[in-house]
Design a protein around this ligand. Structure first.
Ligand code: NAD
Ligand code: ZN
Ligand code: ZN
Length: 381
C-alpha cells in the first residue's frame, strides 16, 4: 500500500503499487513504521507545486526498519530502526560539506534550487516518499540515523522535519536573551518554532494565526501568547503597540505560500511558480519587525517569485534568513533536547490514521478539521 497522488485535492491508497527496489549501490530499502503528513504536503495536495506528477507517493517524514541495503552501504544493516531526514543529501558535495544538507548539489539531478526531498515533486528530484509501506532511500549512509534506544517512535518521526525546522527557524532568527519573538503560523512548525525560541533565551514569544483551536494549543504547548489576526485588526499595528512602537526583535514566517488573506495570483509552470500580490504573513513579518531586526523564513514558497516590500527591508536594514532545515546537522543536539525533556515532539500528534485511510487524513489536515495539529500514518505491516 502506498499513498498515490491523483491530482489536486485527490489522493488515494494504492494497493497495487510495486514495492521499490535498490537502484543504486548506495540505496537502502526501508519498511516504514511511521510517516507524517506535513504542511508542505498540503502545497502539493493543493496543486501549488510545479511538476507534481500524478502517480507520485508523497511523504518526507518517516521512520522505518532497514529491509535491504545496496552493496555500497556501510553504516546500515537490515534490521536497523532509523529515522530518515526529509533532505536527500549526498554527503560529499561542497554544500553537504558545509552541512547545508538541504542544498545538496547532487541529489536533485534537475536541480533548480533545492536539493532532493522525499516525495516532493520533480522540482525536488522526483523521489517517491514514505507515506507507503516501503521506500527507497538514496545515499543511505548519509541521512538515515539509528533511533536512539528507548526513544519513542512518535518522537523519532518528528525529528525528521518538524523539530529541526522549528528549531532552525529560531536559530536563523539569531534570538538574543530577552528578545520579543513573533511567529506567524500556529501549525506544527510555528508551534515548534515558538517552543524552541525559549531555548534560545527569548523573553517574550507571540504566535499569530486565525484558527482558534491552534491558538489554544500553542498557548498550552509552547507557553506563548497567541492571537487571532482576524480579531487583531492590523497585526503590524498590534506588534508595534505591544513593543513600545519599536517592532518585534525577530519575526518568523512559518506559514508560506498559502497564507490566508493573501491577494496572490498563482501561475504554475512546469518548473516555476509565480505569485503576484502580497503574501500576508511575510509582509506582516517584514513590516512588524524592528529596524535592524531579523526575519526568519521557513514557510515554503515552492520555487516561486513573490512580491515582498523590499523597500522596507532596505530602509529598515533587515536581515532575512531562509532555508529548508538542515536536519542531519541539527539531529545530535535535538536528540539531546528530547532526551532531556526540553522538547516534547510527540505532544503535537493529534491523529493516528491507518495508511489505508490516507485520503481522509489529507482532507482533515487540509481543512483543519477535528482540532488536527499533526497526523501520523501507520502502515499495517
Ligand atoms: P500547517 O498548514 O499545519 O500550518 C500553517 C498555519 O498557518 C495554519 O495554522 C494556518 O491557519 C496559518 N496561517 C495561514 N495564513 C496565515 C497568516 N496570514 N498569518 C498567520 N498564520 C497563518 O503547516 P505546517 O506543517 O505547520 O508548516 C508550515 C509551513 O512550513 C508550510 O509552508 C510548510 O511547507 C513549511 N515547512 C518548511 C520546512 C523547511 O524545512 N523550511 C519544513 C517543514 C514545513
Ligand atoms: Zn515536513
Ligand atoms: Zn551533497
Amino acid at each position: 500500500v502506498a499513498m498515490n497522488y491523483r491530482g489536486p485535492f485527490r489522493v488515494r491508497a494504492d494497493r497495487n503499487r510495486p514495492d521499490p527496489e535498490i537502484l543504486h549501490p548506495n540505496d537502502a530499502i526501508v519498511r516504514v513504521t511511521r510517516s507524517c503528513i506535513c504542511g508542505s504536503d498540503l502545497h502539493l495536495y493543493h496543486g501549488l507545486v510545479p511538476d507534481t506528477r500524478v502517480g507520485m507517493t508523497f511523504g518526507h517524514e518517516f521512520t522505518g526498519i532497514v529491509e535491504e541495503v545496496g552493496p555500497g552501504v556501510k553504516n546500515l544493516k537490515p534490521g536497523d530502526h532509523v529515522l530518515v531526514p526529509f533532505n536527500i543529501a549526498c554527503g560529499t558535495c561542497p554544500f553537504c560539506r558545509q552541512e547545508l544538507y538541504g542544498n545538496c548539489h547532487e541529489s536533485n539531478a534537475e536541480a533548480t534550487a533545492v536539493g532532493g526531498i522525499f516525495g516532493y515533486s520533480h522540482t525536488a528530484g522526483g523521489f517517491d516518499g514514505g507515506q507507503a509501506e516501503y521506500v527507497r532511500v538514496p545515499y543511505a549512509d548519509v541521512g538515515p540515523t539509528i533511533i536512539p534506544p528507548g526513544m519513542d517512535l512518535d518522537d523519532a518521526v518528528l525529528l525528521t522535519d518538524v523539530v529541526p525546522t522549528g528549531y532552525q527557524a529560531a536559530e536563523m532568527a539569531g534570538i538574543k536573551t530577552g528578545d520579543t519573538v513573533v511567529v506567524f503560523g500556529a501549525g506544527p512548525i510555528g508551534i515548534m518554532a515558538a517552543k524552541c525560541a525559549w531555548l534560545f533565551g527569548a523573553g517574550r514569544v507571540i504566535i499569530i494565526d486565525h484558527i482558534e483551536y491552534r491558538l489554544d494549543f500553542a498557548r498550552t504547548y509552547a507557553q506563548c501568547e497567541a492571537y487571532n489576526f482576524k480579531s487583531l485588526g492590523d497585526p503590524v499595528l498590534f506588534i508595534k503597540k505591544t513593543t513600545d512602537y519599536f517592532g518585534a526583535d525577530v519575526c518568523i514566517d512559518a506559514v508560506g505560500c498559502e497564507a490566508e488573506g493573501s491577494t496572490m495570483q498563482t501561475i504554475t509552470g512546469r518548473k516555476l511558480m509565480l505569485q503576484s500580490g502580497a503574501a500576508t504573513a511575510l509582509h506582516w513579518a517584514i513590516n512588524g519587525v524592528k529596524k535592524g531586526g531579523v526575519v526568519s523564513i521557513v514557510g515554503v514558497y515552492g520555487p516561486t517569485g513573490n512580491l515582498i516590500p523590499i523597500g522596507n527591508v532596505l530602509n529598515k536594514g533587515l536581515t532575512i534568513r531562509a532555508n529548508q532545515a538542515s536536519v542531519k546537522r541539527l539531529l545530535p543536539r535535538l536528540i539531546e533536547h528530547v532526551q532531556a525533556g526540553r522538547l516534547d515532539p510527540k505532544g503535537l500528534i493529534t491523529h493516528r490514521v491507518p495508511l489505508e485511510e490516507v485520503s481522509d487524513a489529507y482532507h482533515i489536515f487540509s481543512r483543519k478539521l477535528d482540532n488536527c495539529i499533526k497526523t501520523i500514518l501507520i502502515p499495517s505491516t
